[in-house]
Design a protein around this ligand. Structure first.
Ligand code: FAD
Length: 445
């Protein structure tokens, strides 16, 4: 089988019988608690032609294919037993088109690389909050990036076309005009997308030269007041121009703090400082520490590591229409977390825009909560996974749905449909039946 594939490839193939298989498999995932799922072959594509060759090879032999980008899926959704795991992370090119506004990128390019590339052209894009996150999986799940609300609510709203290799082994460009159903799915289906994305055409934005941020640290008891403050700001006139969130976390001395962060993305420095000054004016009393407004850049934000280092991790999310109540409930759970490395974040947003493009990513609300138990020792797996599941149950009364890119739809497949409206879920099933009738690309759930 492998012998038939090798001559057609410039990339590499690792089979289960190979001595370095386990090392290659483990290197695929960002999480350190690598699930014990083992594909027959791991193919690292070096070109689009490699992708076509692998898909055709698999289709002829009815071997399921999973696709891996940069491996940041918390659930390691691309790791399955059997079949081929196709790694497209080497397809990481970027080029600006002649209009100076549109960029063409490969799926393997990472957020920090996208930001640096575009900054060189005076442009920007709402790429992910962690510099290592690859654009491919990020956009396919919808993408919640920097300045996301002002720049389209979801980053995928700025995708104009996607180059895909279909289950039939055809290389197509899909857009609102060409294969609109597959294009619809490419903007939010996440690990349910029934094709391989090998290129994205992105509409970019002028680089906000006046980016500034401010930070406040509060004692944990202030979590409700901090949430009320940030949500009131999100609901106010400056709501869309500032990104604001809290991080609920343990301190080195065994306590907990609530850190509030606001980032203004403006073209003029004075506007950014003014937006943050308005926010500071209404800050609740009792901050332990406050800093800013200070200039920031995407490079500095990534260097600061908002989402932290890899570890043994499980992650989950909810959207909520009650961000304040949900923050308080999440803070109570963080106090009970078995690991002090556990982090929970709440993003406070204006009410979702009613004029979103028609995309598979279809759930949004005023508050977005994500939490990740993070720990170091394998012996602590069960207690941390248990904490995560109890946290999910505790937050269920606040949930308006989840985000497919940061919810463990492998361990909890029943939650996949909660990441979509009922209509979007049905449409996704239809698109999957049309474009992948034989189930070459099984969904993660
Ligand atoms: C530290 C960290 C920070 C994060 N920050 C953010 C954030 O700020 N905003 C946000 O929205 N998300 C964030 N995420 C989640 C992230 O968007 C997803 O994990 C996303 O899948 C990462 O893209 P990837 O290319 O690494 O996907 P992978 O983990 O490689 O793949 C995940 C799944 O996506 C599908 N897939 C990936 N690439 C392709 C492709 N080219 N063609 C077809 N299917 C494909 C496959 O089904 C695969 O199973 C973060 C994750 C981590 C670990």
């Amino acid at each position: 089988m492998i012998e038939a594939l090798l001559p057609a490839l410039t990339g590499t193939v690792t089979a289960r019988r190979d001595a370095d298989y386990e090392q290659v498999r483990r290197e695929c995932t960002w999480v350190l608690n690598v699930p014990p799922r083992r594909p027959e072959l791991i193919v690292r594509a070096a070109s689009v032609e490699d992708v076509v060759a692998v898909v055709r090879h698999a289709a002829e032999r009815r071997m399921p294919v999973t696709v891996k980008g940069t491996g940041h899926s918390h659930a390691a959704a691309f790791l399955r037993d059997g079949g081929i795991m196709l790694d497209v992370s080497a397809l990481a090119c970027a080029r600006m088109l002649d209009d100076g506004i549109t960029a063409q990128v490969g799926p393997g390019i990472r957020s920090a690389e996208v930001a640096a590339f575009l900054a060189g052209h005076g442009r920007a894009f709402p790429q992910g909050h962690s510099g290592g996150v690859g654009i491919g999986g990020f956009l396919l799940g919808g993408g919640m990036g920097f300045n996301g609300v002002a720049w389209g609510e979801f980053s995928a709203a700025n995708v104009e076309a996607v180059d895909v290799v279909t289950a039939a082994g055809e290389l197509l460009t899909v857009s609102a005009e060409q294969h609109p159903d597959l294009f619809w799915a490419a903007r939010g289906a996440g690990p349910g997308f029934p094709a391989v994305a090998v290129g994205f055409r992105l509409r970019t934005f002028p680089l906000p030269a006046g980016m500034h941020s401010s930070r406040w640290t509060y004692p944990f008891e202030a979590a409700r007041a901090v949430a009320q403050w940030l949500q009131a700001h999100a609901d106010g006139p400056d709501g869309a121009n500032v990104e604001r969130f809290v991080s609920l976390e343990a301190t080195a001395t065994g306590g907990h703090v609530c850190k509030a962060v606001a980032i203004a993305f403006e073209r003029e420095i004075a506007d950014a400082r003014a937006a943050l000054a308005t926010l500071a004016d209404s800050a609740p009393p009792g901050a332990l520490d406050a800093a800013g407004p200070a200039p920031v850049s995407f490079a500095r934000l990534y260097a600061g590591g908002i989402t932290g280092e890899p570890g043994r991790t499980v992650n989950d999310t909810i959207w909520t229409d009650d961000p304040v109540g949900a923050t308080v409930a999440l803070a109570r759970r963080v106090e009970l977390a078995p690991s002090p490395r556990t982090i929970a974040m709440v993003d406070y947003r204006p009410a979702p825009s009613r004029s979103l493009p028609d995309m598979a990513v279809s759930i949004a609300a005023r508050g977005f909560l994500s939490w990740g138990a993070k720990w170091g020792d394998q012996d602590d797996d069960a207690i941390n996974v248990g904490w995560n599941d109890v946290t999910q149950a505790a937050l269920e009364p606040f949930s308006a749905g989840s985000y497919v890119n940061e919810t463990d739809v492998v361990r909890h497949p029943e939650r996949a449909r909660r990441c979509f409206t009922a209509a979007a879920w049905e449409r996704l099933l239809d698109v999957r039946r049309e474009y992948d009738p034989r189930g070459l690309f099984p969904p993660a759930w």
